[in-house]
Design a protein around this ligand. Structure first.
Ligand code: ADP
Ligand code: ZN
Ligand code: ZN
Length: 818
């Protein structure tokens, strides 16, 4: 009898595809192995085997596979189950999940572009003949399609060869050529090579008798080196020798000390393996830990609500320690890649080289390496830290899942499919492994807290900051009043200005939060009121001073700053609104002595951008940091005593049922950056609405109040967590077609669901990249079966696609849209 396999192709196909295999191949093949297969007229894809069986497909003739690519499954059965759940829950195809789950190096296909890896010297003698042919071709042509490689070596089947070339670091894939993510570099020092022997050192010290400060530094360094094998940070030396940066710098300039840099989060850590004990918990942390364990014992997902700087991380550490001792794997999810930087340094002290880092911006080699390490349950990857995509790794004995900052909306993938929520998908993964699951936040999402209230989740809390540091003192400043009385210095109220002066005098640091980037979002003509618009999107262009441009934040369109109004030709143009760039400029003018930095999408784009700024701020090379949302998240700065929120209103006015919850979370989080050590921090929130309920709740840390009120509203308007929502987006370049299509779909939905269908409506930006958009929101009561609802929607979509005119309309589902 013939043998077949079902293969998941990494493309949006409804079903897996059946291929025929030989008897021998069938004996070798297992679910989770990769195969190279032909598809369509001439395409080659890498697919993942879903099942091996003997049932020929009914409607087509099964093609033969090209080749087996693995000797053992690289995807395990739990993963397959998990991915099936993701596809079904988030209404996408399994192929889309595979495409998002596997590192692209695992998914070579005919369309993949390969380039020479210029970072490595290749020893040609190590290449096999066919490998050499490819290598040689890439000397003449910088970029090759896999198909072209195929004709060069005259073989249909080139994926295995390319796979080997990737492993040998001869080639890289096109989509991997980016430098968005660069690990943080920390400065270390050592004694210059020529001074390392005992005599030389003595000689050196003698020569420094006239420079007591310098000789103190050298002695301190010597002592530090004696105490431990670990590399010595510049900041550490500065502290232990009680000296300054300037003294160290002069020693470096003289060549007595040598500076060097180490990436803090690379895959291989070669400090000493976990030599330091974890910290002893204080009584509040201890209680929380016990509560968490009790809740775990009852098999409950558990929420840890701990105020900012309460030491949640140290509690996680205890749980991780226990998990690893049992020989199990732990997964630690963070909402943002950037956050891994600070955390890794901290965790490496405890877990040394048991830590692996994984996220989408990691280079392909390292991602494949981590994948393999996790697959083989190597000690090297017992604790995996990462952003969303880390939950796709091939865990086989997961014992603990931690989702830190669980309220963060960046856990939700927006585009492309699968539009999954990494927190929720990680919970499902945890259940599949029977692992313990902990969610942590200072400002839990209304959903998670609701799950606690209804008894679905367990709960633990820490209500005090570690070391009895007080929560920062918060103050609302009415800028409406101040503007009326002309008491503002630019965008700074007198209060904020005074506090800044005071803070700088004390030698402490300041964070200023402004919700927008750019200099002044809009440019307006004073004569006719015209504001330049993006030609591709229905949105005004934003003014960026630093490039002297108008830019579209949706499609990247940009033009030079106009000198006269596009509409009426008047030269009287003005800017409206304000962003981080303008704040930065004003600060520099108000405090010329202070060193000011800015952290937003624009300043963190380039090489090392993000890490440079954080490190500079950490090491107090900057006094004031102006930033967007980016600075609010989980960063632990030691010396910040003042946080200023430039304008809280822009957050509140967001047209979204979550705007209030988000404002509460954001303001509480940014405030949490203040006064994390001894001295009580201060937060100044400037606003036109000082009596707004949410702002009051923020200043009094009234989470319960916020929750109760928000829940009431969600109940009234049938939003999550009381109901579920599915958002359906329609996209088309023709305005009329889009309208008709959306109306048709909404009509069909209404006949099925009655009053729980909202829309169709245009989003605030109704055209992006020349595509018109319209949304429908479906509210599904918790009592109704979600699966049934989805099946109904799918049925409607089938009839929809049967209408010729609608076939080209893109329909996008976003389940649990946030
Ligand atoms: P959170 O994650 O709740 O914001 P962190 O875990 O970052 O808080 O802790 C805040 C600070 O307190 C950190 O610098 C941390 O090292 C310190 N800390 C927390 N718990 C302890 C402990 N048990 N012993 C010593 N230091 C601690
Ligand atoms: Zn004009
Ligand atoms: Zn645009």
């Amino acid at each position: 009898m013939a043998n077949f396999i079902n293969v998941i192709l990494p493309i949006p196909l409804e079903k897996s595809f059946t291929y025929s295999v030989t008897e021998e191949e069938a004996a070798l093949l297992k679910p989770g192995m990769r195969v190279a297969v032909p598809f369509g007229k001439s395409k080659i894809y890498t697919g993942v085997v879903q099942s091996v069986h003997k049932n020929p497909p009914e409607v087509y003739e099964a093609k033969e596979i090209h080749e087996l690519l693995d000797e053992y499954p690289i995807v395990n059965e739990t993963q397959l189950k998990h991915w099936e759940w993701i596809a079904s829950y988030y209404m996408c195809t399994l192929g889309e999940v595979v495409r998002s789950a596997l590192p692209s190096a695992f998914l070579l296909e005919s369309e993949t572009l390969v380039l020479r890896n210029t970072e490595y010297e290749i020893d040609e003698n190590e290449l096999l003949d066919d490998e050499f042919l490819v290598f040689e071709a890439l000397q003449h042509q910088s970029i090759l399609k896999v198909q072209e490689v195929s004709s060069i070596i005259d073989r249909k089947n080139v994926l295995p060869i390319l796979q080997r070339l990737l492993e040998k670091k001869v080639i890289v894939l096109k989509e991997e050529v980016y430098d968005q993510y660069k690990p943080k570099l920390v400065r270390y020092v050592k004694l210059g090579a020529e001074h390392t022997s005992d005599e030389k050192l003595e000689e050196l010290l003698n020569s420094l008798t006239r420079a007591p400060k310098q000789s103190q530094v050298v002695l301190s360094l010597f002592q530090l080196q004696g105490k431990s094998q670990n590399p010595i940070k510049v900041s550490e030396l500065e502290k232990s020798s009680n000296s300054s940066k300037a003294v160290i710098k002069s020693l470096v300039d003289k060549g007595i000390l040598e500076e060097y840099f180490i990436k803090t989060d690379r895959v291989n850590y070669d400090g000493e393996p976990d030599n330091s004990d974890t910290k002893n918990l204080n009584e509040y942390q201890e209680t929380a830990l016990l509560d968490i364990k009790a809740s775990f014992a009852a098999n409950k997902v558990t929420l840890l609500k701990g105020v900012t700087s309460s030491g949640k991380t140290e509690v996680y550490v205890k749980l991780i320690e226990e998990c690893l001792e049992k020989g199990l794997q732990a997964l630690y999810l963070l909402p943002e890649i950037a956050l891994t930087t600070q955390l890794i340094g901290r965790l490496q002290e405890y877990f040394g080289e048991k830590i692996a880092i994984y996220h989408s911006k990691y280079n392909v080699q390292e991602r494949v390496e981590v994948w393999q390490n996790v697959l083989q349950a190597k000690p090297k990857a017992q604790l995996v830290i990462g952003a969303r995509s880390a939950m796709y790794l091939p865990f086989s004995k997961l014992g603990l899942v931690i989702v830190d900052e669980e309220h963060e909306s960046s856990f939700k993938q927006f585009d492309p499919a699968p539009r999954y929520h990494a927190r929720d998908a990680a919970i499902v993964l945890g259940h599949l492994h029977k692992a313990n699951i902990l969610l942590g936040s200072a400002t839990p999402s209304v959903e998670s807290y609701y799950n606690v209230q209804t008894g679905k989740y367990g709960y633990a809390e820490i209500t005090r900051r570690y070391g009895n540091v007080l929560m920062p003192e918060m103050e609302l400043v009415d800028i409406k009043e101040a503007s009326r009385k002309r008491k503002m210095k630019g965008h700074f109220s007198e209060r904020l200005f005074m506090e800044m002066e005071e803070t700088l005098k004390e030698g402490a640091q300041i964070i200023l939060f402004q919700n927008r980037r750019g200099f002044a979002p809009l440019m307006e003509c004073l004569t006719c009121g015209h504001t330049p618009q993006c030609p591709n999107c229905d949105v005004s262009l934003t003014y960026h001073q630093y490039r002297n441009q108008l830019r579209c934040h949706y499609c990247g369109h940009h033009t030079a700053l106009p000198e006269i109004c596009f509409a009426c030709g008047s030269p009287d143009l003005d800017t409206k609104g304000f962003g981080t760039e303008q704040i930065e400029k004003e600060v520099s003018a108000l405090f010329p002595e202070a060193k000011v930095g800015r952290m937003d999408l624009d300043t963190t784009r380039g090489k090392h951008g993000y890490e440079k700024i954080i490190t500079a701020f950490e090491q107090h090379e900057l006094d004031i940091l102006v930033g967007t949302q980016m600075i609010t998240k989980g960063l632990d700065f030691r010396n910040v005593n003042l946080v200023g929120v430039m304008n809280a209103d822009s957050l509140l006015n967001f047209p979204d049922y979550r705007a209030h919850e988000r404002t509460y979370q954001l303001l509480t989080q940014v405030s949490g950056r203040a006064g994390r050590t001894k001295k009580r921090g201060r937060v100044i929130i400037q606003t036109y609405n000082p009596y707004h309920q949410i702002l009051k709740q923020v200043t009094t840390s009234d989470y319960e109040g916020m929750y109760t009120e928000q829940l009431y509203e969600r109940e009234q308007f049938k939003y999550p967590p009381v109901n579920r929502i599915i958002k359906v987006t329609f996209k088309h370049k023709n305005y009329n077609v889009l309208n008709e299509a959306a109306d048709w779909f909404a009509g069909a939905l209404r006949t099925n669901f009655g009053g729980t269908v909202l829309g169709p409506e245009y989003p605030p930006v109704a055209r992006i990249r020349n595509q018109y958009l319209k949304h429908i929101v479906i509210k599904v009561q918790k009592a109704h079966s979600l699966a049934q609802t989805k099946a109904n929607i799918r049925r409607i979509e089938k009839s929809f696609k049967a209408v010729a005119m609608y076939r080209s309309v893109r329909v996008i589902y976003n389940v649990d849209h946030i």
